[in-house]
Design a protein around this ligand. Structure first.
Ligand code: CDP
Ligand code: CDP
Length: 228
């Protein structure tokens, strides 16, 4: 049985383990999982396909009016739909990764995504992960986590992921890209990446995925029981 119907927020920098932990914790809790980064990636893909420069605020604002991003659960996997078409694989491309932090700085982009995320979370029973869930999207979330990990661990994890896809990643290049994205995400004016004051910090550098999931699930269950 699902413990309560809480709203769980997980934020943190790139490759700290948010998506993996959120997905498995949501499965155990019987909750919905929302990867908000995937939504910003889908918008970025559309911007790139339209040939719009990622810093063109006006053109992106116009494009957003005819953009629909949705997440759909299919056979245990979450598919990302952009205007009804499946873009789950394309949004992970290097081009999208390089531009996503520029596109997601625009206020119009953030407002459109946050509106949709709040709609999805209105009933509770949900784990949302991203950069601004505990600070902006759901500042009153029932449980908040902030995941961090050393830059080397994070780059090694991304490298491992790319290797399973047949790529030969360059560790220094990956480290540089992650640092740049962290910096853009943390210093932007609109909804910067920041630990909420009441978030529980989890340093995953030396943790296993199982330990991360257990930390999240145990805490959510305890809070849900306390309220039952
Ligand atoms: O999985 P990875 O850490 O590579 O990134 P992601 O979670 O897919 O997020 C991609 C980018 O989207 C981030 O670097 C942020 O620029 C942006 N993002 C955001 O601005 N706000 C969120 N709530 C989630 C992601
Ligand atoms: O969502 P975020 O970018 O924070 O991280 P992710 O997409 O979950 O990527 C983390 C990667 O590190 C995945 O390939 C995980 O399998 C791996 N990993 C982890 O999350 N935690 C560990 N303790 C070890 C590896």
């Amino acid at each position: 049985m699902s413990p309560g119907k809480l709203v769980v927020a997980i934020d943190g920098p790139a490759a700290s383990g948010k998506s993996t932990t959120a997905r498995l914790a949501a499965e155990k809790l019987g909750y919905i999982h929302v990867d908000t980064g995937a939504m910003y990636r889908a918008v970025t893909l559309k911007v790139l396909r339209a040939g719009i420069p990622p810093d063109d605020r006006k053109a992106i604002g116009g494009l957003l009016r005819e953009t629909h991003v949705a997440l759909r659960r299919e056979g245990g996997v979450t598919r990302v739909l952009l205007d009804g078409h499946d873009v789950t694989e394309e949004i992970r491309s290097r081009e999208v990764t390089r531009s996503v932090s520029i596109v997601s700085r625009h206020r119009a982009v953030r407002e459109a995504m946050v509106r949709e995320q709040r709609r999805m979370g209105a009933e509770g029973g949900i784990v949302l992960e991203g950069r601004d869930i505990g600070t902006v999207v759901f500042p009153d979330a029932d449980v908040k986590f902030f995941m961090i990990a050393g830059i080397e661990s994070r780059a090694r994890r991304r490298a491992q992921e790319l290797r399973t896809k047949g790529a030969e990643p360059d560790l220094d290049g990956l480290m540089k890209e992650i640092r740049e994205r962290d910096s853009l995400d943390s210093t932007r004016k609109e909804s910067p990446l920041r630990k909420a004051d009441d978030a529980i910090e989890i340093d995953t550098s030396d943790m296993t995925i199982e330990e991360q999931v257990r930390t999240v699930v145990d805490r959510v269950r305890r809070i849900a029981e306390g309220r039952a």
